[in-house]
Ligand binder design. Sequence first.
Ligand code: COA
Length: 151
Amino acid sequence: MARVSADQLHDLRRRVLRDDDPEIYHPDPRDGDATSLHYAGFIGSRLVVSASFFPSAPPMNPSLVTFQLRYMATDFDVQGRGYGARVLAFAEEDLRSLGVGQLWANGRDTALGFYETVGWLRLEGSEHLSPETMLPHTVIYKRLASDAVAP
Ligand SMILES: CC(C)(COP(=O)(O)OP(=O)(O)OC[C@H]1O[C@@H](n2cnc3c(N)ncnc32)[C@H](O)[C@@H]1OP(=O)(O)O)[C@@H](O)C(=O)NCCC(=O)NCCS
């Protein structure tokens, strides 16, 4: 697991999260920002898992500046082998070392079981459709510091 640059992640994000459709996959406008953090895991030289974090306030608490997880993806043929859990553990440790107390994300409902397995919590009443994909999502969060406030 390692920090990477966003341009290494576009192929995996497009294939796993946007149906391999270049018409609907666009790099995130914040990808190149100095404050954005991108993580990946490899099998040999092949990149198989990705997660990106952007400074962002949770929608329900605009005064709380924290990091939003986006573009969490494991390549199809290696899903269920622990790569997603490992890249998040690596990223969370790195973010904790930078003083980040809390994370949030819009989690796909089909992936909520994954997030709960690795310690994320659902925000009750936050169910919604993603305006980008029209898929059902729920706001999820994880406290990295014991004194972090709830979003
Ligand atoms: C969701 C995703 C990122 C999980 O990554 P992964 O590498 O397959 O997950 P892991 O193998 O690390 O799984 C860790 C644990 O979560 C569980 N898990 C994984 N995916 C799950 C799911 N969709 N629902 C319920 N539990 C799940 C695993 O069984 C494992 O549990 P265990 O530790 O008890 O064995 C991956 O399946 C994926 O890319 N899915 C398609 C894209 C997507 O939905 N991304 C999330 C967008 S918000």
